[in-house]
Design a protein around this ligand. Structure first.
Ligand SMILES: [Zn+2]
Ligand SMILES: [Zn+2]
Length: 141
């Protein structure tokens, strides 16, 4: 980046009742092409920013939905009960990070949330082309 990012970075759901402050850049950003992510994103893939749990503060009401992953892990999903925006996922067996789905929209921080790797490429929709120089993983990282 050619200029310093000012923290905290703010994020908000579509209706605006749920907001967050993010105090650090993501540890990692990945694009997931699995069919579950296709459903939740209404899009060919979903972008997830892995965030240190201590580095983000949420404010507002959230509801939770729990899904069992193929690995046997429980995937807890937080969403806005009003507008339905998916906020983040977490694994109760490892609370050290949250998988942030709702990204900030300010253009000056967009590069921080650009995917570094594409995963579950085995389930990718045929019409979507991943850039040639991108790191790809067939299944789970
Ligand atoms: Zn909302
Ligand atoms: Zn996925």
């Amino acid at each position: 980046m050619s200029f310093p990012i000012k923290f905290p970075i703010m994020g908000a759901c579509q209706c605006g009742q749920l907001t967050y402050q993010l105090f650090e850049k993501p540890k990692m950003v990945l694009a997931c092409h699995c069919t579950e992510c296709q459903k939740l994103a209404g899009s060919p893939f979903s972008v997830t920013a892995v965030i240190d749990t201590a580095a983000i503060k949420f404010s507002g009401e959230m509801k939770e939905w729990i899904r069992s992953a193929d690995s046997g892990n429980k995937n807890h999903a937080k969403f806005c009960p009003n507008c339905g925006t998916r906020i983040y996922h977490y694994n109760p067996a490892d609370m050290s990070t949250v998988k942030l789905k709702l990204k900030p929209i300010m253009p000056e921080v967009a590069e921080l949330f650009a995917p570094q790797v594409h995963v579950w490429v085995s389930e990718k929709l045929s019409w979507y082309k991943i850039p040639d120089d991108m790191k790809c993983i067939d299944k789970q990282p």
